[in-house]
Write a protein that binds this ligand. Structure first.
Ligand SMILES: [Zn+2]
Ligand SMILES: [Zn+2]
Length: 117
């Protein structure tokens, strides 16, 4: 079964935020700095240990995405105003990062409690 999340629309919610509407109708709004801090590139995350090297203090409070670029059919590359553009955010990763209340509560449920529909 292929349950990979697919975005039907990727746009800027406003100057700072990124918005994704998913094929299943779910909408995610990501604050720019939240996404920038979770950049998955080798410069921000240690490739071997998986440890995050990027520190909160390293990212400016007013960082914004300057452009968005699709990578194949599975990911999004974000160019940031701090001239960082190495991060490739797969759709799966982005969906996992969805900061909405629904996703946060389902993430908690999956930590031990029984799953419900
Ligand atoms: Zn990075
Ligand atoms: Zn969500």
């Amino acid at each position: 079964m292929d349950s990979r999340p697919i975005p039907s629309e990727i746009s800027r919610a406003n100057l700072h935020d990124l918005r994704i509407v998913w094929k299943d109708g779910h909408q995610s709004t990501y604050p720019a700095r939240y996404l920038r801090l979770r950049c998955p590139c080798a410069g921000c995350v240690d490739e071997w240990t998986g440890r995050r090297v990027l520190k909160s203090a390293d990212v400016s409070e007013d960082v914004v995405p300057t452009s968005l670029q699709l990578v194949g059919r599975y990911a999004l590359r974000v160019h940031w105003s701090d001239s960082h553009s190495h991060g490739i955010y797969t759709f799966e990763f982005l969906r996992d990062l969805c900061p909405c209340a629904d996703c946060e509560s389902s993430a908690q449920e999956s930590e031990g409690l029984e799953a419900s529909d």
